[in-house]
Design a protein around this ligand. Sequence first.
Ligand SMILES: Cc1ncc(COP(=O)(O)O)c(C=O)c1O
Length: 445
Amino acid sequence: MILKEDDKVVSPGQIEPTTSGERPTPEPQPLSQPQRIDRYVGQYAERAVGMVASEIRALFAVAARPEIVSLAGGSPYVTALPLDVIGDMIGQLVAHQGATALQYCTAQGDTALRERICDVMALEQIRAHPDEVVVTTGSQQALDLMARIFIDPGDVILVEAPSYVGALGAFSSYQADVVHVAMDDEGLIPEALEEAIRRTAATGRRAKFLYTVPNFHNPAGVTLAAGRRHRILDICHRAGLLVVEDNPYGLLGFDGEPMRALRADDAEGVVYLGTFSKTFAAGVRVGWAVAPMAIREKLILAAESAVLCQSSFSQLTVREYLNTQPWREQVKDFRELYRERRDATLSALSRMMPPGCHWTRPAGGFYVWLRLPDGVNAKTMLPRAISSRVAYVPGTGFYADGSGAQYARLCYSLPAPDRISEGIRRLASVIETEIQLRDDFGPAC
Ligand SMILES: Cc1ncc(COP(=O)(O)O)c(C=O)c1O
């Protein structure tokens, strides 16, 4: 309680009328002291127990400072979009179609948008009908919905080693047993996949699906070779294993035409996930799933119970963008921009990295996967890198078991080429210091 001068008692948050009878705007009250102990700790569902903030989240808050070259986040360079034109387009959308754009819609998503999505997928030789498409809140929601409808606690999900951190988070929040399958410079290794299927069967279980990012992998930067694609599909088909093909970067290849999607060769055995986050704007949060009918029905029901329907406003924004703007040209511009940044990254790495470092050479997308010299740990090195004003993501985030400490993911999509070179110069110098420390005191654990 607060004692006022005239000794009237006023509780915090209580509004005292003025003499004129008007109610003044209340002063914001300080939050009560945070509780150190979670009083609900015994009441969470088991699946929530493993949901913890990443240990490196706090460091990333620091990494957002302008003096730091961040090679960490995987954000697209949306500043390259004609923002004023898009602003006008959205204004027109609300003025002329506001009654639809600001209203609920069906859970499967806007029909005309789903038609446009089929045009986009045709670039990867997928022939799909709009009825086969389910619009989602980014492909991240599609991952969550897939996990929700397929995963019981302890179910095996096969993923590449390393794998996309957001997928690992979605699968582990449904208590999956995530099993990594080895990759090399040509993507997922077919023999390793066969072996993982065999090992899973030997435990009396069957994997629920294989999750793969075949093009310009996040985080590994590699692409599944054309010659391996049929082989992977064949192995999965024989094992009765569903494939989840997650393809945010497929149109962002730097050489030649987009690769043929896995879904193009197996409509019944593949669930394809797409998104407009990297080819248009991550902020609209529009992605999609294309799935065989029975799975699609479950996805729609799961989406309905999660969000009722997707954002009409976002969907119509994307639809208008695809209908009225030169989106193919824009994708080409993005490709050129990211190619220049990829080149800056590779050139700086080869000029500056000390011996013992190895890295992938992506032919598209956003990421280089850097292997540090033996005995150098990317996770323990991160605070020192941030002090040297450069940030990256340690490899440990991309393995369900927390291994991968010898790796770092470098993302080149946001910084300009000269900033990338400067960031890599700083990183190389930090790694040299780590090598010195390793030689003086032994390897980091
Ligand atoms: C491989 C992969 N899948 C899915 C996503 C999620 O994308 P969004 O939810 O923005 O569509 C990302 C984002 O970086 C990604 O790299």
